[in-house]
Design a protein around this ligand. Structure first.
Ligand code: 4NP
Length: 176
């Protein structure tokens, strides 16, 4: 069986509302994985720890800023993270420390309920030394510059994430 037919590595990006940061991370990562030719091997999704915006399209400002930088968020719809995500995904990456703490609680609930394999849990920005230890700031109540900063941080971290995951799957020299 060729590498591209192997079981994909699945990555879930998580923020609070799933309408600004995590759908941006999903779109940016998918775009990069597609450009590298590995969209079948690396599959991305996103979710929010809160249920406020379930079923909604991403925030119009995230869609606009994403579109201006070459990322299409229009087909995405918000959903809330579930305990099942800990067995469905290989990596769950939070946009900030508050959401990471919520995910940690949910992981304990998943474990207490005897739900299987547990995803690796971490902060997206820890993937790259230039952004490590930082949160992706919540842009929801701020101005336009915040949406561009979100994309800048996510691009840096997802570049590193993509390289690391491809290397872990035995893909070297991906040109990414
Ligand atoms: P996100 O941003 O977590 O990046 O999707 C937010 C979206 C909505 C709200 C807060 C943050 N809200 O308060 O509704």
């Amino acid at each position: 069986m060729s590498l591209s037919q192997d079981k994909p590595t699945r990555i879930l990006f998580v923020c609070l509302g799933n309408i600004c940061r995590s759908p941006t991370a999903e779109a940016v990562f998918r775009h990069k994985a597609g450009q590298a030719g590995w969209h079948n091997l690396l599959q991305a999704d996103s979710a929010g720890t809160a249920a406020w915006h379930v079923g909604k399209v991403p925030d119009a400002r995230s869609q606009q800023h994403g579109r201006e930088r070459g990322y299409d968020l229009s087909s995405l719809r918000a959903r809330q993270v579930t305990t099942a995500d800990f067995s469905d995904f290989d990596h769950i990456l939070a946009m900030d420390a508050d959401n990471l703490a919520e995910l940690e609680k949910l992981r304990q609930q998943a474990a207490a309920a005897g739900q299987g394999r547990t995803a690796r849990l971490g902060l997206l920005l820890d993937e790259h030394p230039d952004t490590a230890g930082r949160d992706v700031p919540d842009p929801y109540y701020g101005g336009p510059a915040g949406f561009d900063e979100v994309i800048d941080l996510i691009e840096t971290a997802t570049d590193a994430l993509l390289r690391r995951l491809l290397k872990a799957r035995g893909v070297f020299g991906c040109g990414c």
